[in-house]
Design a protein around this ligand. Structure first.
Ligand SMILES: Cc1cc2nc3c(=O)[nH]c(=O)nc-3n(C[C@H](O)[C@H](O)[C@H](O)COP(=O)(O)OP(=O)(O)OC[C@H]3O[C@@H](n4cnc5c(N)ncnc54)[C@H](O)[C@@H]3O)c2cc1C
Length: 422
């Protein structure tokens, strides 16, 4: 596949780090070779290099070219699957996972002085009582963890003053979550890893993996010989198909960015600068950027195809929430692939003793990728308990290849979309 530059997103247009890492040419030996330069790969590279390992990271396009550089920028705690871990891990160990991604990210932003517009404050919003009941349950769980002081349930009236819309019946604010510029975060973590000695190569597609005590990671112009490998290609990954095909399916999610909005509008639609996510299965998410655009995203497409006009398919969704934005210019429209897993539990594990993988965060990945990257780094260092627990969770594997899988996922999502309407 020919190497591509960043997609035409708001994030690519406002990225602060324009470092270009050289393609791999020839052979390189390393301890850990990571395939994929999104959050999973970059976060793991940084964790490992901080621990003194030698790391080579290979990205077929640009660092953060995939979902990590295109997403809604909503920093939301948690990692899928923790509810199923009870049989394999202690309560304390599971509890430590919930906010680990937020802590890693906030720690790195401070340690490496990464300018990525981090803002505290996230609100989940409900359309119906069953969704509100779910929020109350979540609140109670946080009370058990002694974190309820960071949460606040809000009713319809208060929501109207917070978000300037009456389409929701209530919601819950969490000030440990928030939002950020994901491409600048990922590029900043890559720069930090490179500064500590990681060897990073962009425009370097991995085309084969040859197993052995020393793994040979074959690229178009060379190879990396490594003791251990992490496959971190998520929805874009096509390696090790014998073990990994049929587990994760690409689904398109799309975002529009309006022109910068005047203060009187932002004061009405989001005066406290919250990241917003609704609770539908086929959900909308939105927030203001640092320069006061509304970045409005949603999932439109589970068949893996891009709509003819992202703007035309997203603007009506935005106007349902904010009719007053009718006529505002749309400056950017883009999409990316999220990796959907049928049971919504990320696929983490090992192809062989020294080839690891982590993928399939099902639409929620800024914080989860950082948790998963640390779980993999720990396993590479010999602490395999959490990775092992995730390996124990069984995944439904859709047979007959990618096309058939995408049709199944599309059908499943149609079912969930109907549930949203009830
Ligand atoms: C539009 C959109 C909005 C989203 N919004 C949010 C949000 O607001 N909050 C949230 O938490 N999550 C969100 N997500 C999900 C989140 O972005 C992802 O879960 C997360 O970024 C996945 O990171 P990753 O590193 O695993 O994968 P990616 O970022 O997709 O990176 C994988 C990389 O691997 C590379 N690669 C693949 N195969 C090879 C190969 N053979 N050789 C070399 N390189 C290879 C790809 O080029 C790519 O750069 C969103 C996703 C999208 C698409």
């Amino acid at each position: 596949m020919p190497a591509e530059e960043h997609t035409g997103s708001y994030y690519a247009a406002t990225r602060t780090d324009r470092t270009a890492y050289p393609p791999l040419d020839g052979e390189e030996e390393t301890e850990v070779c990571i395939v994929g330069g999104g959050f999973t790969g970059v976060a793991c590279a940084l964790t490992l290099i901080e621990r003194g390992h030698r790391v080579t990271l290979l990205e077929q396009h640009r660092i953060s070219w995939g979902a990590s550089g295109r997403n809604g920028g909503q920093l939301i705690h948690g990692l899928g699957g923790t509810k199923q871990l009870g049989r394999f891990l202690s309560e304390d160990k599971i509890r430590a996972l919930h906010y680990r991604g937020n802590d890693i990210i906030k720690g790195r932003i401070e340690k490496y002085q990464i300018q990525c517009d981090l803002k505290a404050g996230f609100i989940e919003v409900a359309f119906k009582q069953s969704q509100m009941d779910g929020l109350v349950e979540d609140y109670e769980e946080h009370r058990e963890w002694n974190l309820d002081e960071h949460l606040r349930l809000v009713d319809r009236d208060e929501l109207k003053s917070l978000l300037g819309t009456d389409v929701y019946i209530g919601g819950m604010i969490n000030d440990l979550d928030g939002h950020l510029h994901p491409l600048n975060l990922c590029a900043g973590e890559a720069r930090a890893a490179a500064g500590l000695g990681a060897s990073i190569h962009e425009q370097t597609e991995v085309i084969d993996i040859v197993h052995g005590d020393k793994v040979r990671v074959v690229t178009r112009q060379g190879a990396v010989i490594a003791d251990k490998v992490l496959l971190a290609g998520n929805a874009y990954q096509h390696l090790e198909l014998k073990k990994l095909s049929g587990l994760v399916f690409p689904a398109g999610s799309f975002i529009i960015a309006t022109e910068p909005l005047p203060d009187d509008v932002t004061d009405r639609i989001n005066p406290t600068d919250l990241a917003v996510c609704d609770l539908n299965n086929v959900l909308d998410y939105y927030r203001l950027s640092a320069d006061k655009r509304l970045l409005f995203g949603g999932r439109c497409n589970y068949s893996g195809k891009v709509p003819t006009s992202i703007e035309d398919s997203m603007v009506p969704r935005m106007l349902k929430v904010y009719p007053e934005l009718e006529g505002k210019r749309i400056d950017y429209a883009w999409g990316g692939n999220i990796g959907i897993v049928v049971n919504r539990v990320p696929c983490m594990g090992r192809v062989t003793d020294n080839i690891f993988y982590s993928m399939g965060y099902s639409g929620h990945g800024v914080a989860p990728t950082h948790i998963a990257a640390e779980i993999v780094a720990d396993a590479m260092d010999g602490a395999t308990d959490v990775l092992q627990a995730y390996e124990n969770i069984s995944h439904f594997r859709i047979p007959f290849g990618q096309w058939f899988g995408n049709q199944i996922v599309a059908l499943g999502m149609l079912y969930y979309r109907l549930l949203d309407e009830l």
